[in-house]
Write a protein that binds this ligand. Structure first.
Ligand code: BES
Ligand code: MN
Ligand code: ZN
Length: 495
C-alpha cells in the first residue's frame, strides 16, 4: 500500500473516496462541511432524514455526489462529540477501512476531524492511518481450496487534515513499517503446527534476514544446542519427533560495540502440554504458542526496514512440546545452561524452561536490556483478560518504558508485582527449584522462575498469552505485541 498526505482542496482531490466523520449529534465535522457545501447540501439532507446518525462503528457509503472529484464519500461515526478521544478516531477509521476493504475502491483520503485530541498529533495520525489501513486489508494466509477471496483493492491512502505534513509523513512511514512487521508475526503464527515447525521457523528467519539488509541469522541445530548445554530446552524437545532449533538474529544498525538490546521469544510451535497433557477443548490454539518468537523475528525486521540506529539481538527458542515415549516426565530433573537444576513437576510449564536457557544465552552479549516475549501462562489471561499483556521484570525504568510504548502504540501492557516472596513457591526437595508452584499467582511465579536466570541484567518479561491471538469466530493472530516492541525500538533509536 502507498501512503501520502493531503492538505487542501478536498473537493477537487483525485481519489476514489473521501472518508468523512459524523458526530452523533448528526453534526457534520469541519471537513465534511466543505464537502457538503460543494455538493449542494446533500450530506446535510441525508443526516436530517436520519439516514446516518454518527454512531461509533457505523459507516455509510454514498456514491456520485455532485461537485466532487471523488466518486464516493464514506461517512463514518465519530460518536458523541463531547466524549471524543483518540479511541473514537481510531474506531471510526478502523470501521471505515474495514468497509473500504470490502469494496473495489482503490484510493481514499482520510478527512476525519479530531478536536482536542492531544494524543492524536500529526505524527500519530500518520502512524494510525497506515497501521489501521494495513490491518484492514490483512488476509489470513489460509489453506482453503476453491475460489480465493480476492485481495482488497485499496492501494493508496492519503492522511489528513494535518498541519505538519512532515510529521504526518514520518508517521505514515513508521506506521507502514509497524504494519509490515505485524503481518510477519501474524502470518507465522496463523500457520498450523504441522507446517510451522521449529525447522520451518528457522528457515523463515533465514529468508527474512536475506531480504533485510543488516539482518543476520545463525541457527543452532540439536547438536549445537547440546553443546550449549541447554538442558531445559532439550528436556522439552525430547518428546517430539521434530528437532528443536535455536535461532539467533542480529541487527547491527549501530556500532557493534554498543551493548545490544536482546529480545527473547518463546517459539513453541505446538504445545500439547507433553505428558501433563492439556484438555482437548481449544488445544488447536496452542499452535499460537510461538507468537512470542514470531514477534521477536518481526521486531528485528522492523528495525532493519527502518534502518534504526540500534544494536539488536533476537533469540528464538523453537521447540514442539509433545508426549512421546522419550518425553520428559513429571519429577524429571534437568540441568539448565546456567548450571541450575530444575525439577519439572509439570511438563506443560515448558515455556519457562526453554526461555531459561535462552535468557542465559543472552548474557554473552552483555545486553543493555533483555526483554522476553511469551504466551507464558493461562493465569495471565485470568488476571488481565485480553486487553493488556502482562509485564514484569527487575528494572522499574524498563518496565515504565514498555508501558509507555504500549500506550503510544495502542498495544498496552500492565505490570504485575514481581516481589521476592513469589520465588518461595518454587521450592523443591530434589533440585534447585521446581518449574511450577500451585495455581495461585501463576503469571507471577512463572516470571519468578525466569528471574532466576536474569540476575545482573536489566530484564523485562511480556506475558502475551491473552493478547497474541483471538479465539472464536475471529480466531487468529492479532500481531501483538509487535506494535509495542516497534514503538519501544523507535524511542530507543531516537526516532
Ligand atoms: N502456552 C501455555 C500458556 C497459555 C495458556 C497460553 C492459555 C495461551 C492461552 C503454557 O505453556 C502453559 O501451558 N502454561 C500452564 C502453566 C501451568 C502448568 C503452571 C498454564 O498456564 O496452565
Ligand atoms: Mn504449556
Ligand atoms: Zn506453552
Amino acid at each position: 500500500m502507498e501512503f501520502g498526505v493531503w492538505s487542501k482542496g478536498l473537493t477537487a482531490l483525485a481519489v476514489d473516496c473521501l472518508v468523512l466523520g459524523v458526530f452523533e449529534e448528526a453534526e457534520l465535522s469541519g471537513e465534511a462541511r466543505s464537502v457538503d457545501a460543494a455538493s449542494g447540501g446533500r450530506l446535510k439532507k441525508l443526516l436530517e432524514r436520519g439516514d446516518f446518525v454518527g454512531r461509533s462503528g457505523d459507516t455509510l457509503l454514498v456514491a456520485d455526489l455532485p461537485g466532487l472529484a471523488a466518486a464516493h464519500v464514506l461517512l463514518t461515526g465519530l460518536g458523541a462529540a463531547k466524549q471524543f478521544q483518540r479511541k473514537s478516531w481510531r474506531k471510526a477509521w478502523a470501521a471505515a477501512a474495514a468497509a473500504l476493504a470490502r469494496t473495489r475502491i482503490k484510493s481514499c483520503a482520510v478527512a476525519l476531524d479530531r478536536p482536542q485530541a492531544k494524543e492524536l498529533d500529526d505524527y500519530y495520525l500518520g502512524r494510525a492511518v497506515a497501521e489501521i489501513a494495513s490491518g484492514a486489508v490483512y488476509r489470513i494466509n489460509d489453506l482453503k481450496t476453491g475460489k480465493k477471496q480476492p485481495p482488497a483493492a485499496l492501494e493508496r491512502v492519503l492522511a489528513g487534515p494535518v498541519r505538519k505534513a512532515a510529521a504526518a509523513a514520518r508517521g505514515l512511514t513508521h506506521g507502514a513499517a509497524v504494519a509490515a512487521a505485524t503481518s510477519v508475526q501474524r502470518d507465522l503464527a496463523n500457520l498450523p503446527g504441522n507446517i510451522c515447525t521449529p525447522r520451518f521457523l528457522a528457515e523463515q528467519a533465514r529468508a527474512l534476514a536475506a531480504r533485510h539488509t543488516g539482518l543476520r541469522v545463525r541457527v543452532l541445530d540439536e547438536g549445537a544446542i547440546r553443546r550449549e548445554k541447554m538442558g531445559c530446552l532439550l528436556a522439552v524437545a525430547q518428546g517430539s519427533a521434530e528437532p528443536p532449533r535455536f535461532i539467533v538474529l542480529e541487527y547491527a544498525g549501530a556500532r557493534q560495540a554498543q551493548a545490544p538490546i536482546v529480545l527473547v521469544g518463546k517459539g513453541v510451535t505446538f504445545d500439547s502440554g507433553g505428558i501433563s497433557l492439556k484438555d482437548p477443548p481449544g488445544m488447536d490454539e496452542m499452535k499460537f504458542d510461538m507468537s512470542g518468537g514470531a514477534a521477536v523475528i518481526a521486531a528485528l525486521t522492523f528495525a532493519a526496514s527502518l534502518r534504526l540506529r540500534l544494536h539488536l539481538v533476537g533469540l528464538v527458542a523453537a521447540v514442539e512440546n509433545m508426549p512421546g515415549g522419550k518425553a520428559v516426565k513429571p519429577g524429571d530433573i534437568a540441568t539448565s545452561a546456567s548450571g541450575q537444576t530444575v525439577e519439572i513437576l509439570n511438563t506443560d510449564a515448558e515455556g519457562r524452561l526453554i526461555l531459561s536457557d535462552a535468557l542465559h544465552y543472552s548474557r554473552r552479549f552483555h545486553p543493555a536490556a533483555v526483554i522476553d516475549v511469551a504466551t507464558l501462562t493461562g493465569a495471565c489471561v485470568v488476571a488481565l483478560g485480553h486487553h493488556h499483556s502482562g509485564v514484569m521484570g527487575n528494572d522499574q525504568a524498563l518496565l515504565r518504558e514498555l508501558q509507555d510504548a504500549g500506550v503510544r502504540a495502542d498495544d498496552r501492557c500492565w505490570p504485575l508485582p514481581l516481589s521476592e516472596e513469589y520465588a518461595e513457591q518454587l521450592k523443591s526437595n530434589f533440585a534447585d527449584f521446581a518449574n511450577v508452584s500451585g495455581r495461585d499467582g501463576g503469571a507471577i511465579t512463572a516470571a519468578a522462575f525466569l528471574a532466576k536466570f536474569t540476575q545482573g541484567m536489566k530484564w523485562a518479561h511480556l506475558d502475551i498469552a491473552g493478547t497474541a491471538y483471538q479465539s472464536g469466530t475471529n480466531k487468529g493472530s492479532t500481531g501483538r505485541p509487535t506494535p509495542l516492541l516497534a514503538d519501544f525500538l523507535l524511542k530507543r533509536a531516537g526516532r
